[in-house]
Design a protein around this ligand. Structure first.
Ligand SMILES: Nc1ncnc2c1ncn2[C@@H]1O[C@H](COP(=O)(O)OP(=O)(O)OP(=O)(O)O)[C@@H](O)[C@H]1O
Length: 245
C-alpha cells in the first residue's frame, strides 16, 4: 500500500480535532477526503506530509513511518503560493533547486514539461500575468517536480470559477493517467470529490472521524458526463446525509 494512515488522533489546546482516522491510498488511485470547513482536513494533511506530529497513530508511506519526516510526498497547499517576483519557470523549478539540481539542468527539465501542463508560452511571464487556471497548472507542475510517489492536494481548485474548474478536473484526470500519479485530494466540494475520485472518504463530527467511504464505479462510461447521471445524484445524496448538511 502506498499510503496507510492508522488511527490518527490530534488535539489542539486539549480540544480533540480529529479522531481514529484510518485511510489508505493505493498506487495509481485518486482518493478524496471530503469534509466541511474546519473539520480538520488540513490538520490531517500536515500530519501525512510529515509536517506535524499526531498525538496518536501512524502514517506509513510504502510501509515506512512518515511521522515528522517531511519531504517524502509532493504537496500543494490551498493557495498556489507562486512567488510574484520569480518567473513561472523559476517558480516551478524550486523543488529541483531544493534537491541541489543545478539551475540550468532544472530549467531544462521543467521546460520540457510546460507543454504537457498546458502552460507553454508562459515560461518567462510572472505569476500575476496568468489566469487562475494557468497559475494552478504552474503550481501543479511545481508539485509534480517534487517527484515523490504520492501527491497531496489541499483544495487545489477551490479558487477557480465553475467552468475553469470543470476543465481542470478533466485535465487532472488525464494527467494522472499520463504521469502515473497517485493522489490524495482534500476538498469540501462534493461534486469535485465525486468527479475526480476512485474513492471518497467523508470526514465529519466533532471531533472529526471518517463516517463513510464511497467506492465509485471504475467502469463508468467515460463518454457520459458523470455529474449528469442518476448514479452521481445517488452518491451526492448519500454524502449530504453523511455530512448532515
Ligand atoms: N495550530 C493550531 N492551533 C490551534 N488550533 C488549530 C491549529 N490548526 C488548526 N486548528 C483548529 O483545528 C480545526 C481544524 O482546522 P483545519 O484547518 O485542519 O480544518 P480544515 O477542514 O482544513 O478547514 P478549511 O477547509 O477551512 O481549511 C479548526 O477549528 C482550527 O481552528
Amino acid at each position: 500500500m502506498l499510503l496507510e494512515v492508522r488511527d490518527i488522533n490530534k488535539s489542539f489546546d486539549q480540544q480533540p480535532i480529529i479522531q481514529n482516522i484510518d485511510l489508505h491510498v493505493a498506487t495509481g488511485e485518486i482518493v478524496s477526503l471530503l469534509g466541511v470547513s474546519g473539520s480538520g482536513k488540513t490538520t490531517l494533511f500536515n500530519i501525512i506530509a510529515g509536517l506535524s506530529k499526531p498525538d496518536q497513530g501512524q502514517v506509513l508511506l510504502n510501509g515506512h513511518n512518515n511521522v515528522l519526516k517531511p519531504g517524502n510526498v509532493s504537496y500543494m497547499l490551498q493557495k498556489d503560493l507562486l512567488m510574484p517576483y520569480r518567473t513561472v519557470l523559476d517558480n516551478v523549478i524550486l523543488p529541483l533547486l531544493l534537491r541541489k539540481v543545478p539551475k540550468k539542468t532544472a530549467r531544462q527539465k521543467a521546460l520540457a514539461l510546460f507543454k504537457e501542463f498546458g502552460i507553454a508560452g508562459y515560461e518567462h511571464e510572472y505569476p500575476q500575468e496568468l489566469s487562475g487556471g494557468m497559475r494552478q497548472r504552474a503550481a501543479l507542475l511545481r508539485t509534480y517536480l517534487f517527484d515523490k510517489p504520492l501527491t497531496l492536494l489541499d483544495e487545489p481548485f477551490s479558487a477557480l470559477d465553475e467552468l475553469t474548474k470543470r476543465t481542470m478536473h478533466q485535465w487532472y484526470i488525464d494527467m494522472m493517467h499520463k504521469l502515473h500519479l497517485s493522489t490524495l485530494l482534500i476538498t469540501h466540494d462534493i461534486d469535485e470529490a465525486l468527479v475526480l475520485s476512485n474513492r471518497v472518504y467523508v470526514i465529519a463530527g466533532r471531533p472529526s472521524q471518517i463516517v463513510d467511504e464511497l467506492r465509485l464505479n471504475p467502469t463508468r462510461d467515460a463518454s457520459v458526463a458523470f455529474e449528469l447521471t442518476p448514479d452521481f445524484l445517488t452518491y451526492k445524496r448519500r454524502i449530504i446525509t453523511d455530512l448532515g448538511v
